[in-house]
Design a protein around this ligand. Structure first.
Ligand SMILES: *Cc1c(COP(=O)(O)O)cnc(C)c1O
Length: 402
């Protein structure tokens, strides 16, 4: 064999490492010894449901959110259902909420027999629009259920003002917003009841499902504690029908370890968000793409970093990023008022134009704390290529100007 083959046959073009949308393995490695010890402790004690692990973690969470009470339960979805049930919300009652959220935000209202009343969101922060809430209040309205979407608080001052004026409860869906702040106060104490989720991809994620409720009202807290154990007031006296929704000791033990690191991980997410802003400027991507905004007086915890892709190019950009092995996803592709299971409420396409447009434009990028600068640069470089290729194809297919 001559050496000429070696010099003329090219190597395949190198493919850079994929960038995942989220990767929890590095986070686990960084706290492995503590998490493993906590898990071992639960197995040694063989006490798996509620108990000291859970009450200790509840106390930690109450401190973290600055709430008087914190009650662990089976999931974020159950937290919402328990909250509504504790407020005696049921058939004939209306709860005003956002159509631009995860499904559980509205399904919990339906599950207690009440009626979800959707109103549109504000394009600035993707959260429920207080003016739209005001217009939807009827004599049947019992509560407002705002979501702190993607980790940024809704306009809680305006929402609370409406709630006070009309005698309504405010249930915060804080599933994506642990540690998020509005005017220096944490999610979970901004309304009547706060609902959290520890689904593994939330900012504080367990080793499975889990949830928690915060409130400053001891009577509500006691009711929720009873509802999570079949309405048992003690000694098998069931004063009402509740559910079986408790936090596992295993989850509480793992979450208590992770809670100690939450703020440093949140700071990592915020650093990444700032870098994206910097890199978007450098690559001049701000025309077709729109970065999320942090409103003043907010602490955004970036459970998701969602950009908008204008000009109907979202799906093309998404496909291009996937081809380049860059993680991305759509939260949420269909607003809740158009979900088949809510068809009986009679909502129509076009009714909530901001939510509907967002569901066509929105796209999440990797934001987890352990991302490297090189990975962020690769994401933005990938976006830049994606945008360049779609704008050149759409320019080609456009008819010539007359
Ligand atoms: C995750 C989530 C929920 C539900 O939490 P689970 O623990 O998965 O039941 C509810 N609302 C929002 C906005 C969420 O993101």
């Amino acid at each position: 064999m001559s050496t000429s083959v070696a010099s003329t046959v090219p190597f395949p073009a190198s493919t850079p490492d994929p960038v995942p949308l989220i990767d929890l393995t590095q986070q686990y490695q960084s706290i492995k010894s503590e998490v493993d010890a906590a898990v071992q402790r639960v197995f040694t004690n063989q006490s798996f449901v509620l108990g000291e692990e859970v009450s200790n973690f509840e106390a930690d969470m109450a401190k973290y959110c600055d709430s008087r009470e914190a009650i662990g339960c089976g999931s974020g979805t159950d937290a919402l259902i328990l909250a509504l049930q504790a407020l005696n919300i049921g058939p004939g009652d209306e709860v005003i909420t956002t159509p631009f959220s995860f499904f559980a935000t509205a399904s919990c209202i339906e599950r207690v027999g009440a009626t979800p009343v959707f109103v549109d969101v504000d394009a600035k922060d993707y959260n429920i629009d207080p003016d739209a809430i005001a217009a939807a209040i009827t004599p049947r309205t019992r509560a407002i259920l705002p979501v702190h979407l993607f980790g940024q608080c809704a306009k809680m001052e305006a929402i609370n003002r409406l709630a006070t004026k009309h005698g309504l409860a405010v249930v915060e869906d804080a599933a994506q917003a642990i540690g998020s702040e509005f005017r220096g106060r944490r999610a979970g104490v901004l309304g009547t009841i706060g609902c959290f989720s520890f689904f593994p991809t939330k900012n504080l994620g367990g080793a499975g499902d889990g949830g928690l409720i915060t409130t400053d009202d001891p009577a509500l807290a006691n009711r929720i504690k009873r509802l999570r154990v079949h309405g048992d007031s003690g000694r098998y006296q069931h004063v009402e029908v509740g559910m079986n929704s408790r936090l596992d000791a295993l989850q509480a033990a793992v979450l208590a370890v992770k809670l100690r690191y939450l703020d440093s991980w949140t700071e990592g997410r915020q650093r990444n968000a700032n870098w994206y802003t910097e890199l978007f400027d450098r690559e001049n991507l701000n025309g077709v793409l729109e970065l999320p905004r942090t409103l003043k007086d907010r602490r955004h915890v970036y459970n998701q970093f969602c950009i908008r892709v204008h000009d109907g190019l979202r799906d093309q950009v998404l496909q291009s990023l996937r081809d380049q092995q860059i993680g991305c996803a759509v939260y949420y592709p269909q607003p809740l008022h158009l979900q088949p299971c809510f068809a009986h409420h009679g909502y129509k396409e076009g009714q909530f134009p901001v939510s509907e447009q967002l569901s066509r434009d929105i796209m999440a990028l990797p934001i987890f704390a352990e991302l490297t600068l090189a990975q962020l640069e690769r994401v933005v470089d990938g976006l830049s290529k994606a945008v360049a290729s779609c704008t050149s194809t759409s320019a080609k297919s456009l008819p010539k100007a007359a």
